[in-house]
Design a protein around this ligand. Sequence first.
Ligand SMILES: [Zn+2]
Ligand SMILES: [Zn+2]
Length: 354
Amino acid sequence: MGRVKPLLSGICGSDLGTLSSENSPYFSPITSPPFVLGHEVVGVVTEANGGFDVGERVVLEPALGCAVRGIEPPCPYCATGRYALCVNVAKGDITPGIQTGFCRDTGGGWSDGTLVAHLSQLYRVPDEVSDEMAAAIEPLACAVHAALKAEPGPDETALVVGSGPVGLFVVAALKRLTRAGRIICVAKYDRQKKEAFRLGADDVVHPKETYEKLPTMLGTKAYKPEIGKPVVMGGADKVFECVGSPGTMEDAIRLARPGGEVALVGMPPARSCIDLTALWYKEVGLAGSYAYGEEEYGGEKIKSFQLALRLAPEIDLETMVGPRFRLRDYREAIVTARAAGRNGHVRVVFDLRS
Ligand SMILES: [Zn+2]
Ligand SMILES: [Zn+2]
């Protein structure tokens, strides 16, 4: 085990959903309140029984699987590097919790104190990766996983719905880690549009153009039903839903081609009322994309976190991190994070460096 003092810690949509009780009650048996929030963490090692020196900078991989919980033998998911899918998150040596930041026993990133981590959860931060970059490695690793799981090919169009941090990072990961033929992104705000182009989108459309310009770009046409959202005949090969709202989930399904695939990357709310006719009629595949683990990339097995650490300097990740807030200014931090997109921010963080 090691002890880590957080330097920067991100404010994620899942944290905001926890604070506002908008997250699904699904998580109640697999979290253990009261807990300290904060799962997007760069910190410095203050104590470690091997593997790391005191003072080393590390990023935390927050998933709390079998190894962390002292469970032997590991479940089939942990055994194959998919520890975010661990079935033992409510068992073992520590209280229930899917991740650090949702578990009473580990502590979390939103703290002036320290958190405890299993050494397998820690990744050394190379010098070329700044604290700011490192603070966004966790969401970038989620995007790496989403891109490689769906892996669009050279003759395929990838459509990314939503341009918060996850959507933008998915664009970056698709561009650099897959051979996707074309990347189209739906972005609401100017900053998001700029970033989407910078990170590798071929085209960017506004949500208002979802059923106008976008079907034309996809070489098809939208038809207006008597009521409800338009019907799109063809569509994109691979669609990444990165908002986590019922409206955009339905858009993602409607905009997939017959036999296409939709990945839910954004965290869905507690209740979603969605018309699934397009899913059924176009035989669209719908799959979740959660967290990270071990990927197959370029013929080797590599952790999503390692790929994210490689990617960070290439995409100037630090330019997308901030503003930074002291922990005592948490009210302002939360308000700012809630309106991040509208105000031209990508990832708002707490700065725990004194
Ligand atoms: Zn998060
Ligand atoms: Zn497990």
